[in-house]
Each structure stands twice: as structure tokens, then as C-alpha cells.
Design a protein around this ligand. Sequence first.
Ligand code: NAI
Length: 334
Amino acid sequence: MTVNIGVIGTGSMGADHIQKLSGRIAGARVSAVFDVDRERAAAVAEGAGAKAFDSAGELIASSDTDAVVIASPGPLHPEQTLACFAAGKPVLCEKPLGVTSDDCRTVLAAEVATGRRLVQVGFMRRYDAGYRQVKATVDGGGIGEALLVHAVHRNPVVPDSFTADMSMTDSVVHEFDTFRWLLGQEIAAVTVLAAKRSPRAAAGMRDPQVVLMEMTDGVLVEVESFVNCQYGYDVRCEVVGSEGTVTLENPVGTSLNTGGVRSQPVPGDFRARFAHAYHEQLQEWIDGLSTGTVSGPSAWDGYAATAVGEAAVRSLATRGRMEVELDDQPALYR
Ligand code: NAI
């Protein structure tokens, strides 16, 4: 069976998903696209052998569409996700599920009302082989009891429009989701401090920052966020346990030994680093759809990550520790 996918938003992420869904992902094809940039949508549609629609609503309602990928800007995600629910169609929604926790609550309530899981949020790190190995080690007791985590999230550069708050809501949001999943706990409190400002940061931008997450059972997760580090895309972590540690390094394809120096490449950007994870995310989503199952990051995960992001932004503004108050988790997500 081939699942016909409609893709809303054909920018950077949408185009990447379309490329993977057009030939590399088994059991799927891109049948429909929509973007307010009509020219871009038409060009992408032609390349993918898909139909370009005049609106997101028409794409979602169309019989050409079995399931939807939302890769439009974040503020549009709740409305477009709700339209998918109304049509009874599964949806892979890029992060964020909503830019505010209230937006996410609206999506949660609507999905609970359908009585089944329809939306998966694009937290693709859960599909990365390295993170999965770290999680398997922690879950298997390979380092005893997990006590604390050191993590690094560095981007080479960001555009001048990128703000210090976006470091939390767009970038470290991946760590919020990753460590909730990896440790199997919620984040109870978050503290964010800006370090000495890099001279490479745009005016008004506070970069780098240090984020301290307190997990519900006391594990501490410390993340360095540095979005203008210049040298490459560098995402790593070490989980420290009572009997040892487990470390996620950058995947290394080659090492160069010359002149008494060993050097290894650093990925250039997130697409290069997580290409396989994006692929696996799509393949497992498609595989699940053929049995009517949506099992990846849920609307609850999307809500929790956004709620932590809001607390992190408050902490950055006040230099204070912010507790994260989540609603009761609906039974659908337990
Ligand atoms: P982008 O700006 O490259 O693309 C967004 C596209 O949406 C543009 O083509 C724009 O014309 C289109 N658009 C604007 N209004 C629209 C509307 N009303 N209906 C349909 N399309 C509309 O942005 P990018 O980087 O592709 O990001 C898209 C989403 O993916 C964002 O939510 C972003 O946070 C997320 N993202 C996720 C990543 C991940 O690692 N999971 C990485 C990068 C982005």
C-alpha cells in the first residue's frame, strides 16, 4: 500500500521531507503540496509529480491526501493540525506543535476528543541511532542510575533575526524533548543564564547561554547553547550514572592523521548531522500508518516542550529559576 502524503510548506524543511518521501521512503509518495509561495509550490510539485493546491484546507480535505506533513511556520501549526483532525487524517507536524502552551492545549483537547492519536511532532532526535544507543544503555542499567547530564548544542551561525529567546524555543527545544524522552521524566524546573556575549553574536543577542533543567526525580541536565560557535554543528551529550557514563559524540566518518595531529570533521549543519534521523522519522511514521498506528512524539510531548520553552524564556529574562507546571496528562498519552 502506498500512502499519499500532502505537504504544507515547501521551504527548507518541507523540501527536505518531500525529497525523502519521493523515492527514498518505502510505501509513500508525495501527492499534494501547498505553499503561499505559489511559484515555489509549483516547482516542488512538478519535481515530485504532485498536485499543487490553492489552500491548506483544500489539500487536507482532498481525496488525493491520506496523511499530511506540516512544515509551515510554527504559528500556523495548531490551525493546520486541527484541520487534519477534522478530516480524520494523520499528521506529522514539524516542531513546534504550537508556539504557546495554550495553543498546544487546544490541539491536545481536540485530539483527545477524537479518541485516538493522529499527530506526531517532528522531534527527530528520537530517531537518531546515537541517541537511541544512549537511551538503551541508560534504560538497560548500563551506567547504574542516571544522575546528571552534560550536553552541548552548537550551531555555526544564525541569521541576525535570530533572538536569544529563539535559542530556547527553536534550538534547545530539541534538548527539552530529547532528555524528557531519554530519561523518561518531565522537566520540573529550568534556569537559563547568558554567558559572556560572543563578539560574533548580533546586536542584542545573548549567546552563548547555559540551561539547567531539573528533572522530576532529581537528575540535573546542563546544556550549553551556542548558536554562533563558527566552526560547525556540534551536538553531544554525556549521561553520568552511578556506575559509569555514556557519551554521544558526533558521528565520525573519517579521521585524518598527519603531522602528529589527528583531525575529524564536524558536521556543517543539522541536516547533515541528523539526515538519517529525519529519514527514520519519516519511515517509521509511514510504517505505522499502514497499521493505523501513530507512535512517535505525541501532542503531549509537543505541549511539554513548548511549556518548558516558555519557562526558559521567563528564566532568561529574570535570571531566575522557573518551575514548569504541566496540566494533568490525558489518558490517551499515558
Ligand atoms: P522556511 O521559512 O524555510 O519554510 C516555511 C515555508 O512555509 C515557506 O516556504 C513559506 O512560504 C511557507 N508558508 C508560509 N505561510 C504559509 C501558509 N499559510 N501555508 C503554507 N505554507 C506557508 O522554514 P523551515 O526552516 O522550513 O521551517 C518550517 C518548520 O520546520 C518550522 O516550524 C521550524 O521550526 C521547523 N524546523 C524543524 C527542524 C527540525 O530539526 N525538526 C529544523 C528546521 C525547521
